[in-house]
Design a protein around this ligand. Sequence first.
Ligand SMILES: *Cc1c(COP(=O)(O)O)cnc(C)c1O
Length: 428
Amino acid sequence: MKYYSLNNKSHKVSFEQAVVEGLAPDRGLYFPENITTLPDSFFTNIENFSNEEIAFEAIKQFVGEEIPENELKHIIKETLCFDFPCVPVEENVFSLELFHGPTMAFKDVGGRFMSRCLGYFNRDKDIRNTVLVATSGDTGGAVASGFLGVKGVEVVILYPSGKVSDIQERQLTTLGQNIKALEVNGVFDDCQDMVKKAFLDESLKHKNLTSANSINIARWLPQMFYIFFAYKQLKKYNKPIVFSCPSGNFGNICAGIMAKRLGLPIAHFVASTNANDTVPRFLEKGSYEPKPSVATISNAMDVGNPSNFIRIQELYHNDLKEFEKDFSSYSYTDTETEAAIKDIYSRTNYIAEPHGAVGYLGLKKEMAKQPDSIGVFLETAHPIKFLDVVEPLLGLKLPIPKQIESVLGKEKIRTKISTYQDLKDFLN
Ligand SMILES: *Cc1c(COP(=O)(O)O)cnc(C)c1O
């Protein structure tokens, strides 16, 4: 499979090169040259396939011959080392829990898949790659955990000072080995800008930089897997399915739309956002006007200029009318999010964290327009990662899961930086 740059369609590279580079030299995101629908029989029989078999069917055309079948199956097996249950919350509403992995956020899937692809491509090489990643919360931990100990790869994580939760910070600053954390005096967009600049910096060429944000195809594409898994669990209801995805960089929802392109029968997607509402405003006004991000309680979605939105536009050939048939986007304030966490708990006993609660709100809004549907909101992180918000709101104490316990007592090790020059000095 070849991938082209969204800035220049004649610039084409292999899967390996797209994974290793992250972003094209012209700063374009890579996009697959072809997308082939899977046979109908696959969807009618999906309940007879294991999760690993489903994932293999979904991803194989995007990898092509570049990773042998048995290796790819092994990578998938290691990626999917946990469950993806669709938990009933209220009538016709399910929470797709994506937080049962090692860092308790959905990004474990992409992080684990990408690290193993890179490990495969480096198997007989002497080069070192540096994975440079900006995080607004969860990416850092998932990438750190996914890449820990991977041969030939050093990981450098930038996070905005004071804008990630204590547990999130511990997950990315306590691992050691090949994982380095930089605490940036700024917001997430400053971190992301520094990372983008570094990729284009000739003086850093020798570091073989690559990204592990959802701009990297090996982080982005495996996020299709659990949309298939959810369908497998909900098919028996025989109703149109609406998915609501709490969205920041729009990688997760864009992977969901890819799953639909492969033929998965999903009726509608909702991108639910916090106050960072660039996409909902775009759908309302028709003009795309990114703004600097503002801090919210769902901090992993504090993104002012979602990097994957351009991939969604590509999927719809920039045809807004077609796009709006499949897609809606709604924005919610922190006050509305907090009220939803309380409301869901008081009515159903289900504990949602802020991102999931934003997803829930968007789902309910869309389902009111599509009353015959069933709905799924993606619960993208475990509530324990946002205990500062959830515990006081619900007046309860959450038990600490074993994945989190293991980082709590450890010392945070990070370097503080303020400018791009500081980043360069650190890398060199
Ligand atoms: C990253 C993240 C999101 C947003 O996902 P995108 O793919 O960037 O839209 C939502 N919730 C949580 C908990 C996250 O970590």
